[in-house]
Design a protein around this ligand. Structure first.
Ligand code: NI
Length: 203
């Protein structure tokens, strides 16, 4: 197993622990009001990014819809395209039930993932999938609120433009007010993802 894979797994486990911590808190504090717990989730929050048309968008622009979010980068050789295919497959299986769900791909590689690159890339997947990038600072801030780990891999002697970026691989389902609903680990298949989304968004 490569170091990068170990890091991805470790980062995924850490986010899992954070999410479990939040869920436990919710279940053990049933009398807490909703206002007290909303915004206290360890995953999700404010972000300002740039969409594939070059327009600045924030988390507020997505309110009213569920968001299915995945962080990665368009030059990713296998993990990102696989996961975006899984998201696409699940949304296709959901059919009309997918209308309330906005798939979003957020880049952790803003140097290469310009809005134009993102536009071309997301077009390979689900129609209407939004690709978000931004300045290094904006991207780092978005990754931070979603507890996403990423790190540029610098290899000596390698082409400086052909670098890889290690990153955690988790699909997040966020609610219509931007609240964390559910996460899906790396390796979830489209049918299971579709079932999980359906269960979480119909109730
Ligand atoms: Ni990737």
């Amino acid at each position: 197993m490569k170091n990068s894979q170990k890091l991805i797994i470790l980062a995924t486990l850490l986010v899992g622990v954070a999410i479990i911590g939040f869920t436990t808190f919710k279940f053990t504090q049933p009398t807490q009001s909703i206002t007290k717990t909303s915004g206290k989730a360890l995953v999700g929050g404010d972000f300002t990014l740039i969409n594939q048309d070059g327009k600045t968008v924030t988390n507020k622009d997505f309110e009213g819809k569920y968001m299915l979010i995945y962080f990665g980068y368009s030059f990713c050789p296998d993990v990102c395209p696989t996961e975006l295919q899984v998201m696409t497959g699940a949304l296709e299986q959901l059919g009309d039930d997918a209308k309330t769900i906005q798939p979003v791909f957020i880049s952790v590689d803003p140097d290469r993932d310009t809005p134009a690159v993102m536009k071309e890339y997301v077009a390979n997947f689900y129609p209407g999938m939004i690709g978000l990038t931004g300045s290094k600072k904006q991207v780092a801030a978005a990754a931070k609120v979603y507890r996403v780990y990423f790190s540029k891999v610098e290899e000596k002697g390698a082409d400086p433009d052909a670098y890889a970026v290690d990153h955690s691989s988790i699909i997040y389902l966020m609610g219509p007010k931007g609240e964390f609903v559910k996460h899906f680990s790396y390796g979830t298949d489209p049918a299971k993802l579709a079932k999980g989304i359906k269960a979480a968004t119909k109730g």
